[in-house]
Design a protein around this ligand. Structure first.
Ligand SMILES: [Zn+2]
Length: 188
């Protein structure tokens, strides 16, 4: 079995308690990939309140305006961090006023995350990013196509994936290289 498969690590699962709607890898990728390039221009799918509100509610948020703003900020921050380097001061600001509280009951110890309610979903998104960095170092990265603004999470053993999608960027780049080669070497 792939040792790095599975969901969020126990560290983050502990942080968010028993919530079943935690931000997992797929939700993190959706967030990072919410600014695709379409017809040569960068779009922001999350600029649409309705789209982002749906995402927020699917992951346990309220969908209120301040929460959406915090999510957009966190998304921008995580995109920048994935391109690198990590904007440390901005990252720290996300966690202002956020605490982890130990709670003990018959089932044992649980850590509950508390903080300003309108910020918690953005906090969880950032925690999910750090969790992936820790469990899958170097595997969350920008697509190898410079004109693409998407990110990929390489779960393969070989860790050689370069494109957000072989169908789109992979084939496009292959076709372009083929054309360039054909131009350079006419008759081949
Ligand atoms: Zn791509």
């Amino acid at each position: 079995m792939d040792p790095i498969s599975g969901n969020l690590s126990s560290a983050v699962r502990g942080l968010v308690g028993e919530r079943v709607d935690v931000i997992d890898e797929q939700a993190l990728l959706q967030a990072l990939n919410s600014t695709p390039v379409m017809e040569g221009r960068k779009q922001d799918l999350w600029a649409d309140d309705a789209v982002l509100r749906r995402w927020a509610r699917e992951h346990g948020g309220s969908g209120e305006a301040t929460e959406l703003d915090r999510l957009r900020q966190a998304r921008d921050l995580l995109q920048a961090a994935t391109y690198g380097p990590v904007p440390e001061a901005d990252m720290r600001r996300v966690f202002t006023g956020v605490h982890r509280l130990p709670e003990v009951d018959a089932s044992g110890l649980r850590w509950r995350l508390t903080g300003p309610p309108e910020r918690m979903l953005a906090v969880e998104l950032v925690l999910a990013w750090f969790d992936v960095q820790e469990r899958r170092p170097g595997r969350l990265r920008p697509c190898g196509n410079d004109e693409c603004r998407l990110f990929l999470l390489d779960r393969s053993r070989a860790n050689t994936a370069r494109w957000c999608s072989m169908k789109t960027c992979g084939n496009r780049l292959k076709a372009r290289r083929h054309q360039e080669r054909a131009r350079r070497e006419p008759g081949t």
